[in-house]
Design a protein around this ligand. Structure first.
Ligand SMILES: Nc1nc2c(c(=O)[nH]1)N[C@H]1C(S)=C(S)[C@@H](COP(=O)(O)OP(=O)(O)OC[C@H]3O[C@@H](n4cnc5c(=O)[nH]c(N)nc54)[C@H](O)[C@@H]3O)O[C@H]1N2
Ligand SMILES: Nc1nc2c(c(=O)[nH]1)N[C@H]1C(S)=C(S)[C@@H](COP(=O)(O)OP(=O)(O)OC[C@H]3O[C@@H](n4cnc5c(=O)[nH]c(N)nc54)[C@H](O)[C@@H]3O)O[C@H]1N2
Ligand code: SF4
Ligand SMILES: [Mo]
Length: 743
């Protein structure tokens, strides 16, 4: 793809010298830029119902360091947040937080935060940022957006966002008439899982996942590395389950933390899980270990499934998976014996090999054979607080259009895959028949796309063609280096966000509210969206002056208020209503056989297709989490870098020996296309198979303004230049890349 060199957007990362001008300093004053909390009139904290004693307040809110939304209590003394703890009254944290949540103050007080709006400019022949006022930054964006909207249609403006704070941006998008919006947690994360379960049960397992890990007797994990994946509530329940004597089976090419707690570790050959799952179904059915009552009453297609897995014996699966047939049989029997208090863990990050929706189907189907759906000691139903929408609806709510309809390509995609929005900004890349790019302007909110979508170079390429590229972040994350305008959002500890009302054992509502006023010249997400709407001439798009009015109005409609919820320690609860066993599928049953998939040209029952083997001398690269970090969003948090400052590459000692690698030495990885990593330390360990290497995601940062993270460890994503798209829903299978060691 030829690039327009004259207007090429250079990646800007050059420490302090990259920011010129003092426009913002002039408008906001020196005190603000030093990081003082100053309360502006339109950003009052609204701590109604919170008592102050001797300058000290304890403010309830909910965490945003990942998406588990645990309840927190923050102690503030004379305007400074000094302590952050789990809220004991909150159903998701029950008084405890994971290390990342505990370190929230490190995010708030990170000296490397974005401090003022920035605009791209050319200075002495180099592209730089210029510090500007909010007025100038938003004025520029509004003008560009209105121009694009008029010239190419509102749908050519794309919003890629992540997290609760994005809600006002979705409102703005609807107000301008664009439905071109999506988030990476669909096609880069749990999309295939959710679609696989929807196709099977007409429902998904939710987020937070509705799993009684504290009560289930036997759990099989397919990947799903709890203990490293630190979803607090899930880990608390899983730990209780272990204390109660739960038997765990961990299927993972790596001896994960979960494997160290398990009765069985099955070090599977990567990409062959569907063979194992089919063989487990074979044993459950042909050894009569399945839950007959559940299957008879609630499932559709059992006879077809029985015929389908007839020859898929443990002996058939063994050579593919590398797991002895006896172990496959024994573990299937463990599950069958404990049913219905047995579970094959549904997982979360599911975008592995491109056939992921079918793997999710296989997992969902085994769980139906075990009969654990809708049980308090299985996959529980839970209940949800229904809170009405804000009563003063926007007058600008128009019928919004999409730049392209994702279901034309992936029939079961419920959301637009993030990678497709990026590709559609490059002429001819999403649709080769269209010379003109379908997307002309992009706002990226709270997602670090170059590290999040595979083949992150597509972000650079898209940036060369977009007429407008805006990044809204709290940190100088790599995505900001591609933007024309960078806007500093507040952190979650400085703003109100939407109410949290997930489906859980006991339905609840919790509130996110600022504990301190915005630092520097940052502004809350809702304020930015509202002011931008005004500048675009959409004055009535946001019928409120302060987001606290929105949540107060919503709470009042259910007989509460901000004051009331604060007096109730930040959480409203009620008794759950028991749901009936009902399935939203065409057959109104759990579909072991899916006519919907068949009609759309897909296998109605999962089949196993062996993955491609690594080229000689190469190893499959897989990745996961460290308990102390969330993707790239924490790798500059000084409180967390003290605990874990850089990632390593896990390599089996025999592979080390053959390649002359020493434990602790530095190595550069090279992938199948010759792309090289940053140097990264070798962790020689028996805890990994010989055909794979493993890294923790989120490291190898390249923006120098991230003083803690810059240059530490290597980026897994940098090496994931290939990906396999799931034809059912558009997920990007990441685990199809191979690396070798640079000699
Ligand atoms: N190679 C590889 N790719 C992956 C994964 C992987 O493990 N490896 N994981 C996948 C998964 S499971 C997921 S869910 C996605 C996650 O993808 P992302 O959500 O893109 O994850 P992060 O890298 O943490 O990027 C979040 C960005 O939001 C910024 N941010 C944090 N708080 C705020 C805030 O309050 N407001 C604003 N405006 N910005 C904020 C952070 O500074 C950071 O730049 O990535 C997926 N992609
Ligand atoms: N600390 C921390 N916790 C987090 C997050 C975080 O960033 N940090 N992010 C949260 C989010 S959004 C998500 S989606 C989840 C992700 O966490 P999970 O849903 O647990 O992610 P997985 O990809 O299932 O787990 C990675 C594990 O899968 C193994 N694996 C790799 N390939 C294969 C294979 O082919 N077969 C099998 N059986 N195993 C394989 C790896 O060795 C690794 O142990 O974590 C959540 N929790
Ligand atoms: S799991 Fe940890 S980071 Fe995620 S919301 Fe809970 S405390 Fe915060
Ligand atoms: Mo995720």
């Amino acid at each position: 793809m030829s690039k327009r060199n004259i207007s090429r957007r250079e990646f800007i990362d050059i420490s302090k010298t990259s920011i010129i001008g003092t426009a913002a300093a002039a408008t906001v004053g020196r005190e603000l830029l030093k990081g003082k909390s100053v309360i502006a009139k339109d950003l009052e904290l609204r701590h109604d119902g919170i008592k102050e004693k001797g300058g000290v307040k304890v403010i309830p809110s909910y965490c945003d360091v990942c998406f588990m939304t645990c309840g927190i209590n923050v102690t503030v003394k004379n305007g400074k947040a000094i302590k952050l703890e789990g809220n004991p009254d909150h159903p998701l944290s029950k008084g405890m937080l994971c290390p990342r949540g505990t370190a929230g103050l490190g995010q708030l007080y990170d000296p490397d935060r974005l401090k003022t709006p920035l605009m791209r400019t050319t200075f002495m022949g180099k592209q730089r940022y210029r510090a500007v006022s909010w007025d100038e930054a938003l004025g520029y964006i509004a003008e560009k957006m209105n121009h694009i909207r008029k010239k190419y249609g509102p749908q050519s403006l794309a919003l890629i966002k992540h997290g609760k704070a994005a809600a006002p941006w979705v409102n703005l998008w609807h107000a301008i008439g664009s439905a071109t919006e999506g988030h990476p947690s669909f096609a880069q994360c749990r999309g295939p899982r959710d679609i696989g379960w929807m196709l099977t049960y007409g429902d998904s397992v939710g987020s937070p996942e509705r799993l009684a890990l504290d009560k289930i007797k036997t759990i099989a994990f397919i990947g799903g590395h709890l203990g490293e994946n630190m979803h607090n509530t899930t880990v608390q329940d899983y730990t209780l389950g272990l204390q109660n004597g739960a038997k765990n089976i961990v299927v993972d090419p790596r001896f994960s933390t979960a494997a160290s707690k398990a009765k069985y570790w099955l070090p599977i050959k990567p990409g062959t899980d569907t063979a194992l799952l089919l063989a487990w179904m074979h044993v459950l059915i042909y050894e009569n270990l399945y839950n007959k009552e559940f299957v008879q009453k609630y499932t559709y297609g059992f006879d077809q499934l029985k015929a389908h897995v007839k020859d898929m014996t443990p002996e058939w699966a063994s050579p593919y998976t590398g797991i002895p047939a006896q172990s496959i049989r024994e573990t299937a029997r463990e599950l069958g014996k404990a049913a219905p208090q047995a579970l094959v863990y549904p997982g979360r990050h599911y975008t592995w090999y491109g056939d992921d929706t079918q793997r999710a189907r296989a997992v969902a189907m085994i769980n139906a054979l075990l009969g654990n759906w809708g049980r308090d000691d299985g996959i529980f139903f839970g209940d949800k607080f229904k809170v009405p929408a804000y009563s003063k609806k926007s007058k600008h709510h128009v019928h919004a259009k999409k730049a392209f309809e994702q279901t034309e390509r992936y029939p079961f995609a419920s959301d637009i895959p993030a990678q497709d929005m990026i590709l559609a900004a490059i002429p001819g890349r999403y649709d080769a028949t269209k010379k003109e790019a379908l997307i002309k302007g992009m706002i990226v909110f709270s997602t670090n796309l170059p590290y999040t979508v595979p083949n992150g170079n597509m972000v650079d390429e898209a940036a060369q063609h977009l007429e407008l590229m805006v990044a809204i972040d709290t940190m100088p994350a790599e995505i900001t280096g591609y933007a024309d305008v960078v806007l500093p959002d507040t952190t979650y500890l400085e703003r109100h966000d939407t109410l949290n009302t997930p489906t859980w054992r006991e339905p609840f509502v919790s509130i996110r509210q600022p504990v301190v006023a915005p630092l520097y010249d940052s502004k809350p997400s809702w304020w930015i969206a509202k002011e931008l709407a005004k500048k675009m001439g959409l004055k009535d798009a946001f019928n409120y002056n302060h987001f606290a009015d929105v949540i107060d109005d919503q709470l009042k409609q259910i007989g509460s208020s901000i004051k009331d919820i604060n007096e109730k320690k930040g959480v409203l609860k009620k008794e759950p209503k028991r749901k009936e066993m009902k399935f939203g599928t065409p057959s109104k049953k759990v579909e072991l056989y899916s006519q919907m998939l068949k009609d759309a040209g897909f296998d109605p029952m999962p089949k196993f297709v062996p993955p491609l083997d690594a080229p000689a001398g190469y190893f499959r690269i897989i990745f996961g989490r460290a308990p102390q970090h969330t993707f790239t969003r924490t790798t500059n948090n000084p409180m967390l870098t003290k605990l874990y400052s850089e990632n390593t590459v896990w390599v089996n000692p025999r592979v080390c020996q053959m390649n002359g690698l020493k434990d602790g030495s530095s190595v550069v990885l090279v992938n199948q296309s010759g792309v090289k990593s940053n140097p990264v330390k070798v962790q020689a360990t028996e805890r990994i198979r010989e055909d794979v290497v493993y890294m923790v995601h989120g490291f190898g940062r390249k923006d120098r303004r991230l003083r803690q993270a810059y240059g530490r460890g290597a980026s897994d994503n940098h090496l994931l230049t290939d990906y396999e798209v799931d034809p059912i829903m558009g997920g990007t299978g990441h685990n199809v890349n191979f690396v070798t060691f640079m000699k």
